[in-house]
Design a protein around this ligand. Structure first.
Ligand code: URP
Ligand code: ZN
Ligand code: ZN
Length: 461
């Protein structure tokens, strides 16, 4: 099938220009002006629209379990498509007593393959630090994984990793060409503050923020960088939220250390006052690290503009409010019982376009870079993240004139709330192609279960 996208403005991370884009099968085959219509099976008029590479969300959770609550799975990935995301990278926890690779392949077979509606790759998460697990790290590139993750946070949970585990993972990752990603929060500081707040009767959702203030993230980010420096290994800090963490990252980068990081849309757009919403609505915004005070946000935008942070992810967690997050606040419960994480995959592009690009905080090129091109490079997603001949035809035709209101009612995330409820939306992905197949038309999902395929990640794509 050949599709010709006519008269749009092509956006890349470097440039924008009027051009037609031709796809043939799964690939982009030509870009030019006045490409002939008669050889195409279908012509899409993109006049007045932007033509950009499909979004890549490198930080999603479709299998996260927090104190017994499990998020919605890959059967809800149609939400990605209508939001312009065509590839996700999912964190897969190693199961207790099993290997990283075994856990990944079982998860793929049972919960992802034949179900995902977008392309996908995996970050294995090391949770069970037996000696043979570190041996496995050298085999990860052979199964298409060039990243892995550990959690410095969450003391008492099976996925928490201590410094020794992190050092051993960094050292093995360095040998194998696997970049370690870290959730950087000091678990003991959080544990101490949590117990203290609860003992003082401060149990509501707002106290989640006070139990993990910026110093908790700043200390762990600094330590993560020092551990990586000792191992001469690269390190990637996920969901950076605050000045303290940013200054550690910037200082390391200025010293020439291979340290990089991302932030998430909610840290740019919401602050800790959301946690104080009445009637337990604050529970909707419980995620870790916690939302910060507003004064951190200009630093995050600046870090994106300057490349100190190189991506904006969703950290999507499809928990719903009424049954999971709200009941977490039932009788005798405290903020520490609320599942951490919020649904947000669908509106990542819409929110950052509306409140970043339209408000002059980011250029359109930077938008493409942090939403697609950089995540493709960081995760070794060869053939993705750019509009050029030879690349996968993962394409978003974006209508900048669309106006709407974001709401759970129009979300396909399979949960009962949206953190973006009631917020204005400027622009939307009108048509979306996944490897040459139209999967969204007029903003409506038209693809089918299993359209997504697993992508083999390669270093230096
Ligand atoms: O609160 C969050 N972010 N939940 C998901 C797991 C994680 O920490 O990334
Ligand atoms: Zn995390
Ligand atoms: Zn996460």
């Amino acid at each position: 099938m050949k599709i010709l996208i006519k008269n749009g403005t092509v956006l890349t991370a470097e440039d924008e220009f009027r051009a037609d884009v031709l796809t043939d099968g799964e690939k982009i085959t030509a870009i030019g002006t006045d490409l002939p219509e008669n050889t195409a099976d279908r012509v899409i008029d993109a006049s007045g629209k932007y033509v950009m590479p499909g979004g890549i969300d490198q930080h999603v959770h479709y299998s996260f379990v927090y104190k017994g609550s499990r998020v919605r799975g890959f059967e809800t990935t149609n939400a990605c498509t209508v939001g312009g995301t065509t590839t996700v990278v999912e964190f897969v926890n190693q199961e207790k007593g099993r290997g990283l690779i075994e856990s990944l392949s079982d998860y793929d077979r049972n919960y992802v393959k034949g179900i995902s509606m977008v392309d996908y790759a995996f970050h294995p998460v090391l949770t069970d630090a037996r000696p043979e697990v570190f041996e496995e790290i050298k085999d990860l590139p052979g199964i298409g994984c060039i990243t892995m993750k550990l959690f410095m946070a969450y003391k008492g949970q099976f996925f928490h990793a201590d410094d020794e585990t992190i050092i051993r993972a960094l050292a093995a990752g360095k040998e194998a060409g696997v970049t370690v990603m870290l959730h950087a929060e000091n678990a003991d500081m959080v544990d101490y503050l949590t117990k203290k707040l609860i003992a003082e009767g401060k149990t509501g959702a707002y106290y989640h923020a006070l139990s993990r203030p910026p110093i908790v993230e700043g200390e762990a980010t600094q330590r993560a960088i020092r551990l990586a420096e000792m191992c001469q290994a690269p390190v990637y800090i996920v969901h950076v939220t605050c000045r303290e963490a940013l200054s550690a990252i910037k200082e390391a980068q200025q010293k020439g250390l291979p340290v990089a990081g991302e932030t998430c849309a909610h840290y740019l757009l919401f602050d800790e006052s959301s946690l104080a919403l009445p009637n337990d609505e604050g529970a909707k915004f419980v995620c870790s690290p916690a939302l910060r005070t507003k004064d951190h946000q200009p630093y995050l935008w600046e870090a994106l503009r300057n490349g100190w942070l190189n991506a904006v992810s969703s950290d999507h967690c499809g928990f719903d409010w009424a049954v999971q997050k709200h009941l977490g606040m039932g009788k005798g419960c405290t903020f520490a019982d609320i599942p951490n994480g919020a649904p947000s995959v669908q509106n990542r592009l819409n929110a950052i376009w509306t409140y970043g690009v339209c408000e002059g905080k980011l250029s359109r090129q930077k938008f493409v870079e942090i939403m697609s091109t950089n995540p493709a490079r960081i995760n070794g997603l060869a053939g993705k993240g750019h509009i050029a001949p030879g690349y996968d035809a993962d394409i978003v035709i974006f209508d900048p004139d669309y106006r709407g209101i974001m709401s759970a009612n129009t979300c396909l995330e399979g949960v009962d709330y949206s953190i973006y409820e009631g917020m204005e939306q400027k622009g939307r992905p009108e048509t979306v192609l996944l490897r040459g197949k139209v999967i969204v038309e007029h903003g409506i999902y038209t693809g089918k279960k299993g359209d997504g395929k697993k992508i083999f990640c390669r270093k230096d794509q």
